[in-house]
Design a protein around this ligand. Structure first.
Ligand code: NAD
Length: 263
């Protein structure tokens, strides 16, 4: 068996006999759904200036909010039409098999929920682009009707209730992380048995601290990524490859192990 095959087999053996598996996903999980990540060639940072997406920029002026919404609208069109790929579907299947404790995701695309994971199992650390919130009164809106307003010429939409500026319900650079989600993610990371990182460069903090919390509390750390990450040396198992192929391979073996065990 190839080194890759051995790694897939070992990951499946670990997962098949444990029910506290935490999946930690990054933008690389969704590239096979057609959503570019940030740091790969052709990714978002090749085409946009990170400063355009900072919170400071958003609150600075009506003009900078118009620029933000223009870029966010371009990116949302891809997210709105994207479908879960085989890696998302495999993670949803792990929940149905009773192996998944939770998904901690840095992604804002909502694809774990579209794939069938239940809301209570998905911790969205960086929020969601499928909703919009008012920065003054926190009123929440579905994204599509707000995009309709933009399509009709409203370049930086405002809240119906209080007139405050509306912003996609994502956590931008410079914006504080959501307290409840951070706390929950910390608890789940420290209590899990297996922590699987999928498609994250592990350079964005504080999100990237969760694999270490898991490892320090005794979990086995698995990393699935196309390229090396700063945590490879710390991991118990590193699978260099595509998220979809790796997760489908692992799932197939987990299912077989569970069936063989029952029969
Ligand atoms: P990142 O862009 O820094 O890293 C992505 C990693 O995934 C890279 O190391 C890349 O080599 C790897 N990768 C890409 N495609 C892969 C594939 N098919 N299989 C395996 N590995 C693959 O992303 P990050 O670590 O998530 O951090 C950046 C921030 O990006 C997050 O805060 C997130 O909010 C934001 N983001 C989210 C989306 C989304 O919601 N889909 C898209 C772009 C950026």
């Amino acid at each position: 068996m190839s080194e890759y095959g051995v790694a897939i087999q070992r990951a499946a053996e670990w997962i098949a006999v444990r029910d506290k598996v935490v999946v930690f996903s990054g933008a690389g999980l969704s590239t096979e759904s057609g959503i570019p990540d940030f740091r790969s060639p052709g990714g978002v940072w090749d085409r946009y200036d990170p400063e355009d997406f900072s919170f400071q920029n958003f609150v600075a002026s009506e003009r900078s909010r118009e620029r933000y919404w223009q870029l966010a609208t371009e990116m949302y069109e891809t997210i709105r039409t994207a479908k879960p790929n085989s890696a998302h579907l495999a993670i949803a299947e792990l929940e149905r098999l009773g192996r998944l404790d939770c998904v901690i995701t840095q992604n804002i695309d909502g694809l774990h929920l579209k794939a069938g994971n239940s809301e209570g199992k998905v911790i969205q650390l960086h929020g969601t682009s499928l909703y919009v919130t008012c920065l003054e009164c926190n009123k929440r809106y579905e994204r599509d009707p707000i995009q309709d307003r933009i399509a009709r010429g409203d370049r930086a939409p405002h809240c119906d209730a209080c007139g405050g500026p509306l912003k996609p319900a994502t956590v931008s650079f410079g914006q504080s992380m959501p307290f409840d989600e951070m706390q929950e993610a910390g608890l789940r990371s420290s209590a899990c048995e297996i922590f699987i990182v999928i498609g994250s460069s592990l350079v964005v903090y504080p999100a990237a601290s969760f694999p270490l919390i898991a490892k320090q509390n005794g979990a086995r750390l698995i990393i699935i990524n196309r390229e090396e990450t700063p945590f490879d040396a710390t991991a118990d198992l590193v699978i260099h490859g595509e998220a979809g192929e790796a997760m489908s391979g692992i799932l197939q073996k987990v299912k077989k192990m569970i069936t063989d065990h029952i029969s």
